[in-house]
Design a protein around this ligand. Structure first.
Ligand SMILES: [Fe+2]
Length: 347
């Protein structure tokens, strides 16, 4: 009998939902709506669910007194894909539990499976997420979240040892490497779809979550959120800035689950069939993103990297969507101006 693993035909498509742990739901209700612009769909003393788009729920908060993530929910196409994935995981020695009806109802999905990654994070894979019957009503006036086939955003997990976790995501779950940094931190970014990364794995010596990113359709939604965030002392943990690898312009705040939410705009769409992963050696940010949570030496190192890029005149074109930009009259010198970014492989 062959022991060769069956080919994985049930590719995960996107991040569909996240479960968060918190001390209470009230803090999340306020943060999720007034800053992030999500919509409350259900709220009890112990649970809260938030909407970002046409899906019934995207963020599920449990007030169990804990912090960080409770689970990550990834989507597959249908029941067959879920069965194929369950068999594939079991072949790799992963203990898989079939979601009971009550859990599927709680998650508002047709069916799901549950297992854990090597760091102990609870992973759920589902199909058939419920579509809401009414239109999304943002918690503050924003244009909307960029989701659809890209999923609800990305998460960056922290790992005691990245090499204990990466093979599971890459070789068992089928995530594809986008790029990675070795310095100033060891972090690997993986994609499932055109979003540059759906997960990142950052080696910190401790298993947990570093941040979750949600993306809005207009840059002004980010700027207006930045104004709101700055009204609360110490809420901003990373100032407005632009990432060099996924091109996102964003800022980071501390959320009530005691990790950060990155609130961004302008993520690049990658060509997943013609993508070559590479090491990024020029810092995580093109400009900004002052990491207020880092010790002084780390901030100095990050700042020197950015100043170096600024001196070299590195610039990357914006990634826009139909409807959120207008072409200005005048002579476009773009292709001369981005020569350096192209040479270094950032566009
Ligand atoms: Fe991020």
């Amino acid at each position: 009998m062959s022991t060769k693993a069956p080919a994985l035909q049930s590719h995960l498509q996107s991040l569909g939902y996240v479960g968060l742990r918190a001390g209470n739901v009230e803090d999340w209700a306020s943060y999720g709506t007034r800053l992030l612009g999500m919509q409350i769909v259900d709220k009890s003393a112990a649970t809260l669910s938030l909407r970002m788009d046409d899906r019934r729920q995207r963020v599920i908060v449990s007030a169990d007194g804990g912090e960080g993530i409770g689970f990550l929910g990834f989507e597959v196409a249908d029941a067959k894909a879920l069965d194929v994935l369950a068999a594939h995981l079991e072949h790799h020695g992963v203990k898989v539990a079939r979601g009971v009806r009550a859990l599927a109802d709680e998650r508002h999905v047709a069916d799901l499976i549950v297992f854990h990654d090597p760091a102990g994070n609870r992973i759920e894979v589902f199909h058939g997420q419920e579509i809401a019957s009414d239109a999304f009503q943002p918690g503050r006036s924003i244009s909307g979240f960029r989701t659809g086939p890209l999923g609800m955003g990305h998460v960056v997990l922290t790992a005691e040892r990245a090499d204990d976790v990466i093979p599971f995501y890459r070789d068992v779950l089928g995530f594809r490497l986008s790029d990675f940094f070795v310095k100033p931190v060891k972090i690997h970014f993986f994609h499932l779809n055109q979003r540059h990364h759906t997960i990142g794995i950052l080696e910190t010596g401790r298993n947990g979550i570093h941040h979750m990113m949600v993306e809005v359709n207009f840059l002004d939604d980010v700027g207006q959120g930045y104004d709101i965030a700055q009204m609360t002392p110490d809420l901003v943990k990373q100032t407005l800035g632009r990432h060099i690898n996924d091109h996102v312009t964003s800022f980071y705040t501390q959320n009530p689950s005691n990790f950060m939410v990155e609130y961004g705009w302008g993520g690049r769409s990658i060509d997943i069939d013609n993508w070559t992963p590479k090491e990024v050696v020029e810092g995580p940010s093109l400009w900004g993103h002052e990491r207020l949570w880092l010790p002084p030496e780390g901030r100095t190192q990050a700042r020197e990297l950015r100043m170096g890029l600024a001196r070299e005149g590195l610039r990357i074109p914006l990634d826009v969507m139909e409807g959120n930009h207008a072409i200005a009259p005048g002579t476009c010198v773009l292709w001369d101006q981005i020569g350096e970014a192209r040479k270094r492989g950032y566009v």
